[in-house]
Design a protein around this ligand. Structure first.
Ligand SMILES: [Zn+2]
Length: 218
């Protein structure tokens, strides 16, 4: 089922658009006020995401701070991604599907070996690849956001990666509240439902304020 073409952001224009293949990765320095749009082209595709204060990468996405301020383990439109020093780094300005994950973390060679006895490419490897472009590495990887991934928490506390709820064409928009470094991995996971056991491409766009536009949300 198609979710329809994402609407343009009023006051913004698209500055770039790339297809990120399953198992691929992307990163960029995103100036304050600009937006990153991630489109789940075929649905049920997990996108692992981290962001950092561009001026001080120690001030990196902090899952616990973000959950406390969202008062939820799930992220929806309006939620702010907070940093290590409680800095508002980015805000989800729009989302056509609900309950992005904060607790499942990323897949890794080590976890896939532990859980599935498979040696695989992973989101952790992708994060390392992208972070190396900015002189960063392992110590900079923390618990990440998983856009489009479904990790329901039951009343008794049980959690698990469940079938994704996103449909083809679903999107999420994330706006930089300060200059940030944004890093993402299009999850190659084939051994759990994170990406429907069949990873698919996503489109990553950047949107900048139109000259003369106030850039406020539509
Ligand atoms: Zn992954």
């Amino acid at each position: 089922m198609a979710a329809g073409k994402p609407a343009a952001s009023r006051g913004y224009k698209r500055a770039s658009s790339v297809i990120v293949d399953p198992g691929g990765s992307w990163s960029a320095r995103v100036p304050r006020g600009e937006r990153v749009r991630i489109v789940d082209l075929e649905g049920r595709q997990a996108v692992d995401f981290l962001c950092y204060n561009a001026l001080d990468p120690r001030d990196r996405y902090n899952a616990a701070n973000t959950m406390k301020m969202a008062e939820s383990v799930y992220l929806n439109a309006g939620a702010v991604l907070y940093g290590e020093y409680a800095t508002p780094l980015m805000r989800i300005t729009a989302s056509s599907c609900r309950n992005h994950d904060t607790i499942g973390g990323c897949c890794s060679l080590e976890m896939n070996w532990l859980r599935y006895r498979k040696r695989t490419h992973s989101c952790r490897a992708n994060f390392l690849h992208e972070l190396s472009k900015f002189g960063m590495g392992e110590p900079d990887i923390v618990a990440n956001v998983n856009f489009f991934m479904s990790v329901p928490v039951a009343r008794d506390g049980r959690m698990a990666i469940a079938d994704g709820q996103s449909r083809a064409g679903d999107h999420v928009d994330v706006e930089a509240l300060i200059d940030v470094l944004a890093v993402l991995s299009n999850c190659p996971q084939k051994y759990n439902p994170a990406s429907g056991y069949h990873p698919t491409p996503v489109r990553v766009e950047t949107w900048v304020r139109r000259a003369g536009g106030d850039g406020r949300r539509a």
